[in-house]
Design a protein around this ligand. Structure first.
Ligand code: MG
Length: 474
């Protein structure tokens, strides 16, 4: 073969390799859908033990997929939990939790920094279509909206559905002894946005779950021939509760149950759509919640089932959430009682899509794809750190969890103090964190104290100066 022929063959190969990202191969990349509810507790689905709320679609999703029983969110409140899910980093690393405030408000000037890399941005390495539908809560100003963080399309509310309250917010709280108490939508002047425009104000929350669902289903239809990532973060069941007329008054649990049953219907619509357009074998759907139930709101808050406490706390009820992974062509059905976290989704999706997570910063997640595929039963995650605002509260390592900071169910933020005597629980044997084993297991206390110290140093060392000043408890 002459030199010229070598040149042509080499050129041909280069052209072929550069063409490997054709529409044909793109179709074989898996799609990802994350369905993220707001303030839904560990115990609010029938498949996680709720006795009166009916969730047949989620139950079927769990039976066909993997139900994870020890799955954690990155924080026990909205904003930092979302930052952790999208970036695979504890939110203390990116300023989405601070000593001043646990969440963003309508008057907040900040948001998730541009320098953070989201799941949507990682998947853009392979030209995924990306959409965010629902509650964002990582900054409502244009430079912080989903369209600035890798999402091609956004439809939803920019912060919580109880914000911009008109009148006294405690009014709702007072009425929550009544499971069917109904607020008026005009009491919450929350905008509904499409991309960067406000299209409705106040958002009609009575139909919002239905509208998110319609948008999600039509997005799947429109993108069925290319890989996509859809992040559907329901505004509900965060208070104030609203249900569509088709669901109102149907659940034995009351309005909260109506809301969950409507979300269950929505999940059924999305999975059915994937079946209808032949994407069920090439899509992974994750269903989980952003934090535990807001127990202060009585019958309008959910249930953490057997877990202790709820939203805003670092007890298990605050940060352990129901999680279901579905994908008949990818996910091997199982009940997984290993540890996992929303922090792990970015790594897991990167592996499944052949993309890369950022290598220029500290990441806090693990790749769960081998467990999803059933090639191993052991999760790579064996530890988890519990942060609230800018304080480290607890650590879990294997079955042991050490609390170093007082934590209580809250309405709004209570200031807490370090525990004089740290409390140690075996959260696998003592699932409700009732029996302190610290004095019986001093060697475990010592080991976990060191793990906390090492983690604190790892976080602090990597923080930019402007965030380091906001960390407490060092
Ligand atoms: Mg929440």
């Amino acid at each position: 073969m002459g030199k010229l022929e070598h040149y042509f063959i080499a050129t041909f190969l280069v052209i072929c390799c550069s063409c490997s990202d054709t529409p044909e191969t793109k179709k074989t990349l898996p799609n990802f859908i994350v369905i993220f509810t707001d303030d839904q507790g560990y115990g609010d689905l029938s498949c996680f033990g709720h006795p009166t709320i009916k969730t047949p679609h989620l139950d079927q999703m769990a039976a066909e997929g993997q139900k994870w029983t020890q799955f954690y969110v990155a924080a026990p409140v909205c904003t930092p939990s979302r930052a952790g899910l999208l970036t695979g980093r504890y939110p203390i690393r990116n300023g989405m939790t601070s000593a001043k405030s646990g969440v963003l408000f309508p008057n907040s000037a900040g948001g998730l920094p541009q320098s953070e890399i989201t799941i949507a941005e990682v998947l853009k390495q392979k030209h995924y279509a990306t959409a965010m539908i629902g509650k964002w809560h990582l900054g409502h100003l244009p430079q912080f909206l989903p369209t600035a963080q890798g999402f091609d399309y956004y439809y939803g509310i920019p912060y919580s559905n109880d914000m911009n309250a008109v009148g006294e917010w405690k009014e709702y709280l007072k009425n929550t002894d009544d499971p069917n108490y109904q607020a008026d939508i005009t009491m919450y002047d929350v905008p509904l946005m499409e991309n960067n425009e406000i299209i409705e104000r106040p958002a009609d929350q009575r139909t919002i779950t239905h509208r998110y669902t319609e948008k999600a289903v039509s997005y799947i239809q429109a993108n069925k021939d290319q890989p996509f990532f859809l992040y559907l973060a329901h505004s509900l069941p965060h208070i104030p509760l609203f249900a569509h007329d088709d669901f109102k008054g149907k659940s034995k649990q009351g309005l909260y149950g109506d809301v969950i049953e409507e979300i269950d219907w929505s999940v059924g619509k999305i999975l059915q759509k994937l079946r209808d357009v032949n994407l069920k074998d090439n899509t992974v759907v994750v269903f989980t919640s952003d934090n535990g139930p807001w127990l202060a709101f009585k019958s309008h808050g959910g249930s953490a089932g057997p877990l202790r406490a709820g939203k805003g706390t670092t007890f298990e009820g605050g940060q352990r959430v129901p999680a279901i992974f579905w994908g008949p062509g990818i996910v091997k059905p199982a009940i997984v009682s290993e540890m996992g976290s929303t922090l792990d989704l970015i790594h897991t999706f990167a592996t499944l899509s052949g993309t890369k997570v950022p290598a220029d910063r500290k990441m806090d997640g693990y790749d769960l794809s081998s467990v999803l595929k059933g090639t191993t039963e052991v999760s790579p995650r064996s530890e988890f750190f519990y942060w609230t605002e800018a304080k480290l509260y607890a650590v879990r390592s294997g079955k042991w969890k050490l609390h170093i900071q007082q934590t209580e169910p809250i309405v709004y933020w209570n200031k807490t103090e370090p525990l004089e005597n740290p409390e140690l629980y075996n959260v696998e044997a003592d699932i409700s964190e009732k029996y302190d084993r610290a004095s019986a297991k001093p060697e475990v206390v010592t080991r976990l104290k060191q793990a906390l110290k090492d983690h604190q140093a790892d976080i602090t060392d990597a923080l930019p100066d402007n965030l380091a000043a906001k960390v407490e408890g060092e």
